[in-house]
Design a protein around this ligand. Structure first.
Ligand code: NAD
Length: 506
């Protein structure tokens, strides 16, 4: 590992509106495009996390009683502030994650759309009212905030995924403690600082950087009411088990291995273009990436492999800060080694490596960056590790089958069910696929069917533990508790004696 002696800054925590550096334990942050480290991140101790929870707890009563429209106006201001700071934020993302700047802009924009949706919270929080459900009796339901909520987020969308969580949580009247990924925390922290500038009161949103030590406090502290998690499946499952065992509401989104199906009648040129972005965009480090293509019939398989091979030859790989590049580096040296080992393993398992991205050449000064070129496998088979496991890198595998039924059986048998897509011109096949496939988010000629901010995001099977999906209408339900109130004002004419039968409307 290249560890620069010249560590100049430590990324701290944001607690009660102030930056706090609890630097008893720190970890270096690397620039994936150079392999150098100029920064480190403070890893919060139990005491620091407890301080953040206490700050959120103290801020809750006043924030809960702040009129929804006043809370929403802060979200509207934050949208504007983030648009003004977009270049600064995207540079922070690229410097620590590695993705190209245009891609970082895309994730920030998607995050801002979640803030925009959170600014409609007053409308979304309106309850349900029924008058005269019995003599002189009115009944209504309302959605009350939970209290202190927590979010734990992955490295691959340091701006967007936290914005799936806390804006709606606070717009609904909760306060929040966010624990971002320790690998690329700077953009996440900067956005939280800008939320203060936009008018969010201190303590409503706190950020603690750290690792398992910090997460364990959030999962067990009785003051935390709900936990939203996004990350890999083993951790998601553990978070769900521990959080729910401690009485918390938990939604834990996990990993993925998304298959696209290519039908014999599909527009292959269009599918190739779509697959290039879906497989290799962000170096394959997206939970909605397409790492597997199931081609129905050998003719279309041969055509798509040839098309992809030609397109990959024109791809530009290099530092994300250079706008001419299509793909940046992987996030860490360790992840780079892991992805490369999957490619080695795929060859050993007998898949055909059509394009080998190992040993890709990049611009001078970036020789120690974590670059892996696009890799393309043909003849991938279920049972191979490169078929079963989430690689989270620029590796696309083509699986050959003969029928749509075979393709769908493969998808349904896989442990993950996050996203999928079918490329076809056949409406009947598309309708059958979308209706029956056991996957939470489905595209028809749309390779990354990530729902917009006013729908909700979530996979099926081992891609999500919990009941409600992330953001959109489900987030309003996740971050509130329904209360049903029945009210009677006994006026003289409606006065009853004691009633011992169960009240009903008979
Ligand atoms: P990760 O699971 O390693 O880490 C996610 C978060 O959990 C981080 O904040 C990390 O600090 C924390 N964490 C890690 N180990 C922990 C432990 N033992 N105990 C408690 N907390 C722990 O995931 P990652 O590598 O940052 O992100 C990539 C993964 O996230 C991929 O599997 C990807 O599919 C998944 N992901 C899923 C979605 C989705 O919506 N389903 C979205 C983005 C990413």
């Amino acid at each position: 590992m290249h560890h620069d002696q010249n560590v100049t800054a430590t990324v701290g925590h944001l607690i009660d509106g102030k930056i706090v550096i609890d630097a008893a334990r720190t970890q270096p942050i690397f620039d994936p495009a150079t392999g150098l480290s100029h920064k480190s991140v403070a890893l919060a101790s139990r005491a620091t996390v407890e301080q953040a929870i206490a700050s959120a707890q103290a801020a809750f009563p006043a924030w809960r009683n702040t009129p929804p429209l006043k809370r929403a106006r802060i979200m509207s201001r934050l949208k504007q502030v983030l648009e003004e700071h977009a270049d600064e934020i995207t540079r922070l993302i690229t410097a620590e994650h590695g993705k190209v700047l245009s891609d970082a802009h895309g994730e920030l924009q998607r995050g801002i759309e979640n803030i925009e949706y959170a600014s409609y919270a007053p409308e979304l929080l309106k309850g349900e009212h029924s008058r005269n459900v019995g003599p002189g009796i009115d009944s209504w339901s309302e959605f009350q905030p939970l209290g202190v909520c927590a979010g734990i987020t992955p490295f691959n969308f340091p701006a967007m995924v936290p914005l799936w969580m806390w804006p709606m949580a606070v717009a609904c009247g909760n306060t929040f403690v966010l624990k971002p990924s320790e690998r690329d925390p700077s953009s996440t922290l900067r956005i939280a600082e800008l939320a203060l500038e936009a008018g969010l009161p201190p303590g409503v949103l706190n950020v603690v950087n750290g690792d398992k030590e910090a997460v364990d406090v959030l999962l067990t502290d009785p003051r935390v009411q709900a936990v939203s998690f996004v990350g890999s499946t083993p951790i998601a499952q553990a978070i769900y088990a521990t959080g729910t065992a401690h009485g918390k509401r938990v939604q834990a989104l996990g990993g993925a291995k998304n298959h696209a199906v290519l039908m014999p009648d599909a527009d292959v040129g269009n599918a190739v273009n779509a697959l290039m972005g879906a497989a290799y965009g962000s170096c394959g480090e997206r939970c909605m990436a397409i790492p597997l293509l199931v081609a129905v019939g050998d003719e279309v398989a041969d055509a798509v492999v040839a098309g992809l091979k030609a397109e990959i030859a024109t791809m530009k790989v290099g530092p994300g800060t250079d706008n001419g590049n299509d793909m940046g580096p992987l996030v860490t040296r360790q992840h780079f080694e892991k992805v490369k080992a999957y490619v080695d393993g795929g060859v050993a398992e007998g898949a055909t490596l059509v394009v080998d991205g190992r040993g890709v050449k990049v611009a001078a000064g970036h020789e120690n960056g974590y670059f892996l070129g696009a890799c393309l496998f043909d003849n991938v088979k279920p049972g191979m590790k490169i078929y079963q496991e989430e690689i989270f890198g620029p590796v696309l595998g083509v699986v050959r089958v003969q029928t749509l039924q075979q393709a769908m059986q493969l998808i349904d048998a896989h442990e993950y069910g996050n996203g999928t897509c079918i490329f076809t011109r056949d409406g009947e096949a598309a309708r059958y696929f979308t209706d029956h496939i056991q996957v939470g988010m489905v595209g028809v000629n749309v390779p990354l069917p990530v729902p917009v901010a006013y729908h909700s995001f979530g996979g099926w099977k081992r891609s999500l533990f919990g009941d409600l999906h992330a953001y959109g209408p489900d987030a309003v339900r996740f971050y509130t508790r329904r209360k049903a109130i029945t009210q009677r004002w006994p006026s003289a004419g409606l006065r009853e004696g004691a009633v011992f039968s169960f009240p009903s409307s008979r």
